[in-house]
Design a protein around this ligand. Structure first.
Ligand code: SAJ
Length: 426
């Protein structure tokens, strides 16, 4: 049985390890977090992902998946550790470099090292290859190196890791072929063979494409607000064109991918990446824009606002880079008092209080919807009318269905129109 060692057992590494283990590989999972290692060895998981627990417990039970804190000898190594950005918006490659250094201690002739972590362009050639070149091995001849970025969507990881087409970018042809042969053991999508450099850039451009297009939709909202146009209607109409796909506006762009990956390109070519950089600024400006709109809907800067949703998108529990968290801070800085409700986020992950819906809206002058969780689509309108000071809603995700005319419903389509008509009762 061939051996594979997966370094980093997070949202990507653990599903990858489990899928390999269920497809004929002897898998060693490695993580620096002892409680993750412990949980996995018991056949349980430390993260939330649909279908993952049964995959892990089957693999552990059959003896094909073991976790530890140390890298062990294997025929293939997969690096799936985080590459966060620092305060200067530069990629922090320390985790990836450390993983390479530890692999260097056990690697042997004929082995393959695959980096799945998202990395800035040229990282394989300029950072990773030199680490292995410092050993006794000829890189690309004795050992093989490839970048094979993942493109899975949280909530569908277990399915997409198998079914999605996969980019396989070796630092030379022998490396590409070696990595492709490894993924061929379970990927049912196409294996797209290329260079490491093209693989790095393609991954970054996929997420940058979305970030730039979301910025365009957000800019449309600001323009429409100024000119008295319904931006959401315009998007609907324009998208009837067979070759147009305007994205959806929102309170900003969050998550660890779209809000991060464009910076990896900007870091390497700052002068050339003007559009990408502007798109980042536009999306980063949305929390301020939302706060400005809230100010127009309330009586004073000490009013109570009810926040619905903290996660970076709907129906997940992830608050990383979430614009909602940013908006909460900005509203608190202004002096508003907040009632906060997010049924997907547990209190232990928050410094602020996560209340029930009823408690959050009690006496509030405005509900501010920041995430499109399914639970928010049909709210109890009577509870809103009976318990709020003024029944007003600003829905930045355009996800609510409001029937009652007693409730003032504002979204990014009717912002300009509603702002004109709202008067504060004394
Ligand atoms: N958003 C909008 N308007 C839209 C679409 C999204 O404002 O029209 C916002 C969301 O609310 C959220 C953010 O963008 O704040 C990102 O959400 P997302 O669902 O687009 O992306 P992620 O970050 O959950 O996952 C992405 C995916 N990439 C693409 O769809 C190109 C996924 O396939 C990648 O694997 C993942 O990034 C990654 O790891 O790179």
């Amino acid at each position: 049985m061939r051996k594979i060692c997966v370094v980093g057992l997070g949202y990507i590494g653990l599903p990858t390890a489990a899928v390999f283990a269920n497809n004929g590989w002897d898998v060693q999972g490695v993580d620096i977090n002892p409680s993750a290692v412990d949980a996995i060895n018991k056949g349980t998981i430390h993260i939330e992902e649909v279908g993952l627990e049964s995959l892990v417990s089957k693999a552990v039970e059959e003896g094909n998946l073991k976790a530890s804190e140390k890298v062990k000898q294997a025929d293939c190594f997969i690096i799936s550790v985080p590459t966060p950005i620092n305060d200067e918006h530069k990629a922090n490659l320390e985790y990836v470099k450390n993983a390479c250094e530890t692999i260097l201690g056990v690697i042997k002739n004929g082995d393959t090292v695959i980096v799945e972590s998202t990395i800035p362009p040229r990282t394989m050639d300029d950072v990773i290859a030199p680490i292995f070149a410092s050993s006794k091995f000829q890189v690309g001849e004795d050992i093989y190196l490839a970048h094979c970025p993942e493109r899975v969507l949280p909530g569908r990881i277990v399915i997409e890791v198998v079914e999605n087409d996969r980019i396989i970018g070796g630092i030379n042809k022998a490396s590409t072929d070696a990595a492709a042969e490894i993924y061929a053991t379970f990927v049912t999508g196409k294996l797209l063979k290329t260079s490491a450099l093209s693989a790095e850039m393609s991954k970054l451009m996929e997420n940058t494409y979305r970030d730039v297009n979301i910025a365009l939709a957000n800019e449309l909202v600001k323009i429409s607000n100024k000119l008295g146009i319904d931006a959401l209607e315009v998007i609907g109409l324009a998208n009837h064109h067979p070759r147009v796909n305007l994205h959806l506006p929102g309170p900003g762009v969050g998550g660890h991918c779209l809000a991060v990956d464009p910076y990896f390109i900007m870091e390497k070519a700052p002068v050339e990446s003007q559009l990408i950089s502007n798109a980042r600024s536009i999306n980063n400006s949305m929390p301020d824009f939302v706060v400005e709109q809230v100010m127009k809907l309330v009586e004073s800067q000490k009013s109570k606002i009810a926040i619905l949703g903290l996660t970076y998108k709907g129906n997940i529990d992830d608050i990383r880079e979430s614009p909602a968290m940013d908006i909460v801070e900005k509203l608190l800085d202004v002096g508003f008092s907040l009632g906060i409700h997010d049924p997907h986020v547990s209190q232990e992950n928050l410094k602020i209080k996560n209340s029930s819906f009823a408690e959050a809206i009690e006496d509030a002058e405005c509900i501010l919807v920041l995430t499109d969780h399914n639970e928010f689509k049909e709210l109890d309108e009577k509870v809103i009318i009976d318990n709020m000071k003024y029944p007003r809603i600003l829905d930045t995700k355009n996800c609510l269905i409001i029937k009652s005319e007693e409730i003032t419903y504002v979204n990014f389509g009717n912002l300009a129109e509603k702002n004109k008509f709202i008067t504060v009762e004394s």
